[in-house]
Ligand binder design. Structure first.
Ligand SMILES: Cc1cc2nc3c(=O)[nH]c(=O)nc-3n(C[C@H](O)[C@H](O)[C@H](O)COP(=O)(O)OP(=O)(O)OC[C@H]3O[C@@H](n4cnc5c(N)ncnc54)[C@H](O)[C@@H]3O)c2cc1C
Ligand SMILES: NC(=O)c1ccc[n+]([C@@H]2O[C@H](COP(=O)([O-])OP(=O)(O)OC[C@H]3O[C@@H](n4cnc5c(N)ncnc54)[C@H](OP(=O)(O)O)[C@@H]3O)[C@@H](O)[C@H]2O)c1
Length: 542
């Protein structure tokens, strides 16, 4: 192949414009034809882009026909309204799909297209399964579901599976969210050094009694429990007795592992509107309708909602029914069974943030990072990877791009390739905030580098210096070699943040292929599309 270099095509679109690499390239090509490229290129402002692209950015006319093929809304970085606009006029299953978060993360038990199809034929009735889409997706699904001419089903508490009524076929034990098994929490240790701004944990479970096994690339689902202090605060705000009976369990037990105490659902505000009057009633009704009368709707979790309407004292049973079920969360598996028989490990970033002086906790990540204790039995399942696996041929080289917790499945890949003595070359791009504090699994990686298992280890530290260095900058720096690996048949993998990183990495890949593979930008995009079709470019993003 010729190694003649061509500069990557400059982009007219603002970074924030919600397009995939393919869409950007098509649009940049269009703009390049409309404007002279002499004198350089200034990216369009979002407003300019909106004028030129009504319908895609600001809700005007329909999408250009070329963008209208193959679920163009299937992009996790695109906002919900943009996705709905692209799906306008499409059959209901397509619009249902567009309402989902487009991560194909499998947390709902489906990919986005299959969840939409199941809803549209009423094989699935749960409208609140899309964890990354959250309340906005649930609300849009409810609106769309009304087109079926049937009342939307009530939220179904499913955290205690024995009581739940699964509406999808039940899989083998421990192989889906609908049929979890118990595994024993073994241990955790912190992966960042003191002084880090992050709190990331290496988590281990003992699988001996669960009978579970897994393949590298799979994810691990866990059913978490809410923080006891938050449960106490909700009980106090409700002014209800903790032992109030709810379907054979106590109110405290149900609040602990049966319902989500995170974003306050519309149903809770509806309930509150029935229990109060005047201005308060109007506010509760507005919140139930998805409006934001006081500008705080986005930060109202269940406790904050109760505190906003003090003294309402709903019946505990009605209150529980108004809440969403507590959903499981999934984590990329960061170990290989071949190196760790009977064990599974995860790499978990603990989500904690402040809202009006109260620390809010990500339910599952802080459950794993601080609340669960060695020996505790936790309900878990293995979520099989759909399209995220090592190449079948162990000689094939692999390139792995995993900043932050995105490194998790690649630790598993490397352990597997070590255990199987796979001869293929391995190149890892890892990035995080600071080299001194956030170099996860440093000793292991350095050892793998010195034994030659890791042919290359490329690091990107975003907060070591004045300038942010990200993995995609390193990919561009090493573009010539990256291209040479691809030309040798390497598979390339990306794991981690879906909304920004994965998109930026894909753009860098297109640029590298254009520049070092002597291809035009549209040929480079086609090359990446072919890599995807051939299963040589795989992503696990969230
Ligand atoms: C296939 C897959 C693999 C995954 N692998 C991993 C992995 O290896 N490691 C890992 O750590 N995670 C991974 N995740 C993400 C994981 O599943 C959870 O989503 C994550 O741990 C957060 O869950 P939580 O229950 O702790 O937080 P939640 O209780 O779900 O809270 C998270 C929510 O809090 C809000 N929030 C968070 N930060 C802020 C803030 N600063 N300000 C305001 N609001 C905020 C946002 O609304 C966010 O959606 C993966 C996800 C998928 C789908
Ligand atoms: N939506 C958000 O705003 C947001 C932000 C952070 C994390 N998250 C989520 O939090 C979870 C855990 O995050 P994590 O601990 O794995 O790591 P992370 O917080 O995502 O950060 C890992 C590294 O990636 C860098 N990074 C930030 N933006 C990037 C981009 N566009 N391209 C490439 N690298 C980028 C970070 O740099 P800097 O932080 O120094 O810029 C950091 O060095 C993930 O689920 C992630 O999606 C979401």
């Amino acid at each position: 192949m010729s190694m003649t270099q061509r500069p990557p095509m400059p982009s007219f679109l603002p970074e924030s414009a919600p397009f995939t690499v393919e869409q950007r390239t098509w649009l940049d090509g269009l703009f390049a034809g409309l404007f002279s490229l002499e004198g350089g290129v200034t990216p369009l402002s979002t407003e300019q882009a909106a004028k030129l692209l009504p319908g895609l950015l600001d809700g005007g006319a329909a999408a250009p026909a070329e963008l209208d093929d193959g679920a163009p809304w299937h992009d996790p970085a695109m906002p919900l309204l943009g996705r709905m606009k692209l799906a306008e006029g499409r059959p209901l299953p397509r619009r249902l799909m567009a309402a989902m978060a487009q991560q194909d993360c499998g947390q709902c038990g489906y990919n986005c297209q299959d969840y939409a199809a199941a809803l549209s034929v009423r094989k699935e009735e749960r409208l609140n399964l899309c964890v990354p889409g959250g309340k906005d997706t649930a609300r849009m699904l409810k609106q769309l579901y009304a087109e079926l001419g049937v009342a939307p089903p009530a939220a179904r508490a499913e955290a205690a599976p024995a009581q739940a009524t699964p509406v999808v076929p039940v899989s083998a034990a421990g192989r889906s969210r609908d049929n979890p098994v118990y595994a024993t929490f073994h241990s955790r240790y912190r992966l960042n050094k003191p002084g880090s701004e992050k709190e990331t944990w290496h988590i281990e479970f003992d699988l001996a009694e669960s009978g579970l096994d897994y393949t590298v690339g799979d994810s691990f689902g866990i059913y978490p429990a809410n923080d006891a202090a938050l449960v106490d605060a909700v009980l106090a705000a409700l002014e209800a007795p903790p032992d109030f009976p709810i379907g054979g369990r106590t109110l405290r037990e149900t609040l602990t592992d049966g319902v989500s105490l995170s974003p306050a659902p519309d149903m809770l505000f509806q309930l509150i509107s029935y229990l109060t009057g005047g201005d308060r009633r109007q506010k509760a009704k507005a919140l139930a309708a998805g409006q934001d009368p006081d500008g705080d709707a986005g930060v109202l979790d269940v406790l904050a909602a109760l505190q906003k309407f003090p003294g309402i004292r709903p019946d505990p049973e009605a209150f529980i029914e108004s809440l969403d079920p507590l959903q499981p969360r999934v984590y990329s598996i960061s170990s290989s069974l071949k190196r760790n028989p009977g064990r599974v490990s995860l790499t978990v970033d603990a989500v904690r943030y402040e809202v009006e002086k109260r620390t809010r906790l990500g339910v599952a990540s802080t459950f794993l990072g601080s609340r669960v204790s060695p020996g505790d039995k936790i309900r878990v399942y293995v979520q099989k990877a759909q399209h995220f696996a090592l190449p079948a041929d162990p000689k094939v080289p692999i390139i792995m791009i995993g900043p932050g917790t995105g490194m998790a499945p690649f630790r598993a890949f490397l352990q597997e390739r070590m255990a199987t003595k796979a001869p293929g070359r391995n190149w890892l791009f890892f990035g995080h905030q600071r080299s001194d504090y956030d170099f996860f699994y440093k000793d292991e990686l350095v050892a793998m580098r010195s034994t030659g298992l890791l042919s290359r280890l490329t690091l990107a530290w975003s907060r070591d210096g004045d300038e942010k260095i990200y993995v995609q900058d390193r990919m561009r720096d090493d573009g010539r070699d990256l291209w040479a690996w691809l030309a040798d048949g390497a598979h390339i993998y990306v794991c981690g943040d879906a909304t920004r990183m994965a998109k930026d990495v894909e753009r860098a890949l297109v640029d590298v292929i254009a520049q070092h593979g002597a291809r035009s930008p549209s040929e480079a995009v086609k090359f990446v599309t072919e890599l995807k079709t051939q299963g040589r470019f795989q992503t696990d993003v969230y």
